[in-house]
Write a new protein. Structure first.
Lengths: 255, 255
């Protein structure tokens, strides 16, 4: 019922990016996501730290997982949890290795996120991709790390289904030279009137400065979200903009 | 250069809802929003707590504001700030009193948020309303408080332009019995195909349970955001859903 010092030290180290990258492990918290992870085969679960009542209520998905399971008391869970509100289970999961597949990417719609810094935004964008059935989300190497616990939390399980990987845009472009590249810019053509293609990559720029000058030349199509006539805001939140663009693409291409 | 104990105590009390409601004051932080607040006349600024370099760089907007200004050192600002990253200025602002105007509301599009709990979501929705020129955002009394510092932060200045007030939905309905009420529900008609009216209120439901059974009977139009054919997520983030619906309304009605 109590964690050993080495368990405690190891799990807490995963709160930091440095150690996530060293051990290739990350933390998944919360009843619903834990159930989803344990019911599927997408991820390798190395540790399950759960309260007795959670273990009792979830015996079905714990079959064959005794080696990974540690039943702990609430005060122990609190020590390793990153959530402020009480919680019943924490998983230590192995980072999946995602193989870039140019052929698969070239067949549909994907997103490229340039320097998205806010973990909530990245998680929310993964959830958007999951909703609209967009299988690949690429990030610039300077974007927030996918396995940041706040990204995982905000994605609401989307990280299980959407393939997310860091890659330089130039590398993506080289692998897929014919893919149409759309970018959301303030002076672009209104997305509702634009000609949208089924096989494309949509670039979402950084929260404060939008799409960089380095990436701008790669855009084949500059699109925008039309502002209301009396609208005042300077911009929309990056995840909201991504959601609107993806919704219009999906409507236009019928995907 | 140093805050008095009573200043310190008062400003820190505004970190809590209880005292914001007692004093009808709230906190606005950050260079850009502070500049916007001080350049306009929308809000009464009762206190300006700024670093010397910020005061030097912003002398123009500080004219006639000497009584409210306290020049402080970074370590003092840190004591009263809610931000984790360094900052240059904090304002104590008087809560505006917003008068409900049924006539004005009845002339256009507005939003009704039912029990939105996440301050980031409320702030982001205000920013969306501001972008699309939606002048009124109503909240159920159980929603997160508008003057929560995280709401103010996420709204990026939208709280200056968008009128946001708590009101029971039944009261809003009584004041505007003819207004069309749209609600986003999972089994609604796809928003891209729906008949959208220029004068309407769009209801956005709570983050986990959507629109309540109490409010459902008020909906004249049940709409939805179509999921991709291979989409996996159970839902979209509430602010993202609001953004998509508002964008489609604005496109449809040309507002």
């Amino acid at each position: 019922m109590k964690l050993s010092n080495s368990q405690l030290k190891f799990i807490k180290s995963l709160h930091l990016r440095k150690f996530r990258q060293k051990y290739h492990n990350f933390i998944v918290e919360g009843t619903k996501i834990a159930q989803e992870v344990l019911s599927g085969n997408e991820l390798e679960v190395e540790g399950i730290y759960a309260l007795p009542e959670w273990v009792d209520a979830n015996s079905g998905i714990l079959v064959g997982r005794n080696d990974a399971l540690t039943v702990i008391a609430p005060e122990e869970l609190k020590k390793i949890s990153l959530l402020s509100t009480p919680n019943q289970v924490l998983l230590v999961v192995k980072e999946p290795s995602i193989q870039f597949d140019a052929n698969a990417v070239g067949q549909g719609l994907s997103l490229y996120l340039e320097d998205i810094r806010d973990p909530g935004n990245l998680g929310t964008i993964l959830r958007i991709a999951d909703w609209f059935g967009i299988p690949w989300v690429f990030c610039s190497p300077e974007s927030v790390e996918l396995f940041n616990p706040k990204v995982i939390q905000a994605s609401m399980g989307a990280f299980l289904r959407v393939k997310c990987m860091p890659i330089e845009f130039s590398e993506l472009r080289q692998a897929l030279p014919d893919l149409a590249v759309y970018g959301t810019v303030l002076d672009g053509a209104p997305v509702f009137e634009a000609d949208l293609e089924e096989r494309a990559v949509i670039v979402i720029g950084n929260e404060s400065r939008g799409i960089s000058d380095t990436l701008q030349p790669f855009l084949n199509h500059r699109i925008s979200i039309p502002k209301g006539k009396t609208g005042g805001a300077e911009s929309l939140n990056a995840a909201v903009a991504a959601g609107i663009i993806c919704a219009v693409f999906r409507d236009f291409t019928g995907g």
